[in-house]
Ligand binder design. Structure first.
Ligand SMILES: CC(C)(COP(=O)([O-])OP(=O)([O-])OC[C@H]1O[C@@H](n2cnc3c(N)ncnc32)[C@H](O)[C@@H]1OP(=O)([O-])[O-])[C@@H](O)C(=O)NCCC(=O)NCCSC(=O)C[C@@](C)(O)CC(=O)[O-]
Length: 349
């Protein structure tokens, strides 16, 4: 369907979306999701123009059982050529060196199957070989760090330094999350932006390539998002190193996205069908839906390179597979408009 927004990508209006559905989106589902469904989801997403897909998590299966088959997912990515119109980087979480080593063992078995930061910058090379990146995840509050990682922030940063340096040594790109930056389920709204800046600086100094700031609880508001980004900037952080990760629990995700765009942020996390929730954040709902994010960027004349109709189809499909409602308002609207158009064309025949 023609949506009639200004389009046309230039490097200045490009916004990178990081699809977190297969990891953040699925990790909290109670029902066991078959491996084949997870792989199908990743393969479908890879065809939409998304360039980064968070595919799994090398965490303790006792803690997050739904992610227990992340090794099989990584193996599939390495062994089968997933078709994609653009080079895709597949990202996996690691909470400690054990998680990284588990991923590294699979990479070592398939050394020619993936590209690294050291690979030649040849687009065909990258299209033929997926990139694999790792992600570590800290918290902005002590309570959340204890619940999510079973250690305090200082200990987590020491562990992450090792994980980041080892992963970088293997040529991998590393992203670092900081959760609960705009509100904590245990400590409330009072999250200190200066502390967020300190943690982000520590992670960047350890070698992380990008910091994703998680509004885990969706408690972020426009003024508080702006205040946080001002604090980070005052502390010397560069917007090009920052990604924003909004959950839409209070319906503020796109407002906060607009504020972040004004501050120069150009990387946003989202989840197809609005899947998600954090197992250690009671009451947390899904990430902002990828469909909503793509549509929103299109209305602003920004270019994500992502096919909105294709992600709308995937959102409806995966919601059906999981037996849950499709949480993307845009996804439902796109499919509704398509059904109306089809009915109108049929009536004209
Ligand atoms: C960090 C630990 C492991 C500490 O947990 P612990 O219990 O303190 O760890 P431990 O070192 O004492 O080990 C306990 C057991 O786990 C095993 N183990 C230990 N590490 C691993 C590993 N990597 N892979 C596989 N197994 C592992 C270890 O071998 C041992 O096994 P046992 O001897 O009992 O059989 C645990 O707290 C953990 O896995 N936490 C992860 C929690 C998580 O995944 N949360 C969700 C991701 S964060 C998120 O969703 C937020 C985000 C990123 O989306 C952004 C936002 O919205 O905020």
């Amino acid at each position: 369907m023609q949506r009639g927004f200004a389009t046309g990508g230039t490097s200045s209006n490009f916004v990178k979306l990081v699809e977190v559905g297969p990891r953040d989106g699925l990790q909290n589902e109670k029902k066991v999701i078959p491996l084949a469904t997870k792989i199908d989801l990743i393969e479908r997403l890879a065809k939409t123009g998304l360039s980064t897909i968070e595919a799994g998590s090398f965490v303790a299966p006792k803690w997050v059982p739904q992610m227990a088959n992340s090794s099989e997912i990584l193996e599939h990515i390495l062994q089968k050529k997933i078709q994609s119109p653009v080079p895709v980087s597949y990202s996996f979480l690691a909470p400690n060196t054990k998680g990284l080593q588990n991923a590294a063992a699979l990479l070592a078995k398939n050394p020619d199957a993936y590209s690294t930061q050291n690979s030649p910058a040849n687009i065909h090379e990258h299209i033929n070989k997926p990139a694999v990146e790792m992600a570590v995840f800290a918290a902005a509050t002590e309570s959340f760090s204890q619940k999510n990682l079973n250690c305090d922030i200082k200990t987590s940063l020491e562990r992450f330094k090792e994980v980041i340096q080892d992963a970088k040594g293997m040529g991998m790109r590393v992203r670092a999350y900081i959760s609960v930056v705009l509100g904590c389920p245990f400590e409330g709204y009072d999250v200190d932006p200066h502390r967020v800046a300190e943690i982000a600086t520590d992670l960047l100094e350890s070698g992380a390539d990008e910091i994703s700031l998680g509004d885990t609880t969706g408690m972020g508001t426009a003024p508080r998002t702006s205040a946080l980004l001002r604090s980070l900037s005052a502390a010397g952080l560069r917007t090009e190193d920052i990604a924003m990760h909004f959950h839409d629990t209070y319906g503020q995700a796109l407002v906060n996205t607009a504020v972040s765009l004004e501050h120069g942020v150009r990387i946003f996390d989202s989840s197809v069908g609005g899947l998600g929730g954090c197992p250690y954040s009671p009451g947390a709902t899904g990430n902002v839906a990828t469909e909503n994010m793509v549509y929103f960027m299109e209305t602003l004349g920004m270019d994500t390179g992502v096919d909105l109709d294709a992600v709308a189809d995937i959102g409806a499909w995966i919601s059906g597979e999981l037996g849950r409602p499709n949480d993307s308002t845009v996804g439902k609207a796109v499919l509704g408009a398509r059904a109306r158009d089809a009915a109108t064309s049929k009536a004209k025949l």
